[in-house]
Design a protein around this ligand. Structure first.
Ligand SMILES: [Zn+2]
Length: 332
């Protein structure tokens, strides 16, 4: 979900005429979103339904600006948000959360970039200082107030996500929230607060949600998560205590899971994700009796999935001998 392999041209995009020319280029390809930030997806090929500039610029648009995302070796990448009902029998507007498990990483990164930017523009239409209207600039890379001139840059909300290791046995702590797909367990996570370091937030969130005290913490990797513009900061930690006291306002369940069971939950996730139908986001596990639901963990596109893969692959010795796998290069 991070850093699509394209040049954002942050210097050239300062020139408004240059941006307008890029948006009209015949080789420009547009991701299309609807007003609820769903992505227009070809459900046969599990691929965005890209539009060329001519078709994209004719679309009925909402108040959202047309976005210039960047440029790779072969094309210009843009995104448009439309209020129109598009008529294509095999493509539908799909929630990005349901689409991510089936999209190649570079495509998911571009869609993630666009979704977060559209959310930023929707939430920052008025100046936070004087209340006047703001306008998009630089192909959507910032907004500026029409009265006082204050600028607003795309907001990023940092959140910590923790792979918590049992202090004495080969187990990790996994939990689920009521809103998660039925059967899915994942790492604890929570937003950072002002005045906290990453390590402070890891300790506070873990204690608040499970009553578990955390010892050593190590930062592993980060990942953008476009709901709406979170940056996940992945850490591995060793617990100091093991008794779970669940915060029922946040979590439905939490448990220590053995290495063997984590491996089973990793193996089960692809089938489980396919059960969530792309068109509707409907969770087919809801139709099953709970005892028949196979437990699974998030897909490899989510940092929780990557951290659990790293846990399974690490040698039994060396608790902090972790690295999240080099991200697979792929083209759009
Ligand atoms: Zn202002």
């Amino acid at each position: 979900m991070s850093a699509g392999h394209y040049d954002r041209n942050n210097t050239k995009r300062l020139d408004a005429d240059w941006v307008q020319a890029q948006l009209r280029r015949p080789d420009a390809r547009y991701l299309v979103f609807d007003e609820s930030l769903k992505l227009y997806l070809d459900n046969i090929n599990f691929w965005p339904h890209w539009l060329q500039s001519e078709s994209a610029l004719e679309l009925e648009t909402s108040s959202a600006p047309i976005l210039y995302l960047g440029e790779d070796d072969t094309r210009v990448l843009c995104a448009v948000q439309t209020s129109a009902q598009l008529d294509n029998p095999t493509s539908t507007f799909t929630h990005l959360r349901a689409a991510v498990p089936v999209l190649p990483p570079a495509v998911a990164a571009a869609a993630s970039h666009a979704r977060s930017l559209f959310a930023f523009h929707k939430a920052h239409q008025y100046c936070g200082w004087c209340g006047s209207k703001t306008v998009s600039q630089q192909g959507g890379a910032r907004r500026q107030c029409t009265n006082c001139g204050a600028t607003a840059y795309p907001r990023v909300d940092p959140a910590v996500i923790m792979l918590i290791l049992h202090p004495t046995s080969d187990h990790v702590l996994l939990a689920r929230q009521p809103r998660h797909p039925v059967g899915m367990y994942t790492c604890l996570a929570g937003h950072m607060e002002h005045g906290e370091s990453v390590y402070d937030a890891v300790r506070r969130e873990t204690f608040e949600e499970t009553g578990i005290e955390v010892g050593e913490v190590r930062f592993l990797d980060s990942q953008p998560w476009p709901f709406p513009y979170t940056l996940m900061l992945g850490c591995v930690v060793i617990a100091k205590s093991t008794h779970i006291t669940l915060d029922r306002d946040e979590l439905e369940d939490a448990m220590w899971v053995s290495r063997a069971d984590v491996a089973k939950m990793l193996a089960a996730r692809d089938g489980a994700m396919r059960w969530r139908r792309l068109e509707t986001g409907r969770d087919l596990n809801k139709d099953l009796p709970l005892e028949q639901v196979q437990r699974f963990v998030p897909p490899s596109q989510a940092i929780a999935g990557q951290m659990l893969e790293a846990y399974i692959q690490r040698p039994n010795s060396g608790v902090f001998d972790f690295s999240v796998a080099e991200k697979t290069e792929s083209r759009l």
